[in-house]
Design a protein around this ligand. Structure first.
Ligand code: NAP
Length: 337
């Protein structure tokens, strides 16, 4: 697919805009300003999650836009995710309804299982439960096939249009496909120029699944996130905006590094969800449809791939002890810092 198209199409015919707004780590005030700026700039795809604890603020803005007639519900593409504390078949509908209520919607366009590992929260807001020693409260009984059957029921009930998974490995996705009545439509994973997910892209293409790239800039805001938790980032977070190859291509096209990073991913046929709370950056991050990357640009960007070594999301330092979970998706990804 070329990024002159502004949608990718799921196997079920539903269309996902290729650029969406990421909303992780945004306060209520920031996110309301950001969602307004994004809708003004033409975004129609918003990526959120129960875990981000800001769906309610987003819902207020969506409601204002829909009620005022500035946008129709069917023009929006809203993604949210089942939290890890809800990774049990009997909890899916409860958490989905909480998200629907917070977002003030009667259906979700794409509902994802946020991660394959189940956690045991003390209450429904306890999204990253830890014990006194700092170990994640993992639920050793996560059953992904049974969980998926419960996701399918939400499609049957009309509460979601499409379902998918996030942070699953290929074996886990294959297990879901082999045991599904309704195949996943989309897989959301970390993907950027240094972590191009070639194997997963081939796997998804073979099975008729689409991909959404999270952390398209390698998520530089996490330095602050880790320091607020008193932690050192487990993996060095690269400054892709200053990478000489990206700067050179950006200068040639009179575009920003961010625009090159987003454009490249869309040229690989995936959708992309850059996060920003700056109105100016939100506007510029979607201005990627008025230029083309040449075959030489594409080849130079392709060469920046570090393969499996390019990941920057390493969860076990944050979810201490999660490597003990039988569904830990990426046991080989260890801290690099
Ligand atoms: P990201 O989009 O790679 O990077 C966001 C950071 O880049 C922010 O610090 C932002 O700062 C900055 N930024 C944005 N546009 C910029 C520009 N044009 N120039 C310079 N800096 C810019 O990282 P992310 O937020 O981790 O990932 C994107 C979204 O993916 C998330 O928000 C979330 O919706 C989703 N996600 C999903 C998962 C999952 O497990 N499924 C995991 C991580 C993320 P400002 O805000 O100050 O502009």
């Amino acid at each position: 697919m070329s990024s002159s198209q502004n949608h990718i199409t799921f196997w079920n015919g539903n269309k996902m805009p290729v650029v969406g707004l990421g909303t992780w780590q945004s306060s209520k005030e920031e996110i309301q300003k950001a969602v307004n700026a994004a809708l003004e700039a033409g975004y129609r795809h918003i990526d959120t999650a129960y875990n981000y604890l800001n769906e309610d603020a987003i819902g207020e803005v969506l409601q204002q836009w829909i009620q005022s007639g500035k946008v129709k519900r069917e023009e929006l593409f809203i993604v949210t995710k089942l939290p890890m504390i809800g990774n049990r078949p009997e909890d899916v509908e409860k958490f989905l309804r909480k998200s629907l209520s917070a977002l003030r919607l009667d259906y979700i366009d794409l509902y994802l299982i946020h991660a394959p590992i189940g956690l045991i929260g003390k209450h429904d807001q306890d999204v990253f439960p830890h014990d006194e020693q700092g170990f994640a409260m993992i639920d050793m009984h996560t059953n992904l096939v049974e969980l998926w059957k419960s996701m399918e029921k939400q499609v049957d009930a009309g509460l979601v249009k499409s379902i998918g998974v996030s942070n699953f490995n290929e074996e886990q996705i294959k297990r879901i496909i082999n045991n599904s009545r309704i195949k996943p439509a989309n897989v959301q994973v970390e993907m950027h120029v240094q972590f191009q997910q070639k194997s997963l892209r081939e796997f998804c293409q073979k099975h008729g699944l689409t991909i959404c790239a999270y952390a398209p800039f390698a998520s530089p805001g996490r330095n602050e996130f880790y320091s607020k938790l008193g932690l050192k980032p487990p993996v060095v977070i690269p400054d892709l905006f200053q990478h000489p190859v990206i700067v050179k291509i950006a200068n040639k096209h009179k575009k920003s590094s961010a625009q090159i990073l987003i454009k490249y991913l869309t040229e690989l046929g995936v959708s992309v969800i850059p996060k920003s709370v700056s109105s100016e950056r939100i506007r510029s991050n979607i201005q990627i449809f008025d230029f083309t990357l040449s075959p030489v640009d594409m080849a130079q960007l392709q060469e920046l791939d570090l393969g499996e070594m390019g990941f920057t999301f390493e969860f076990s330092s944050f979810f201490k002890g999660m490597d003990k979970h039988p569904e830990n998706p990426f046991p080989h990804r260890a801290p690099k810092n």
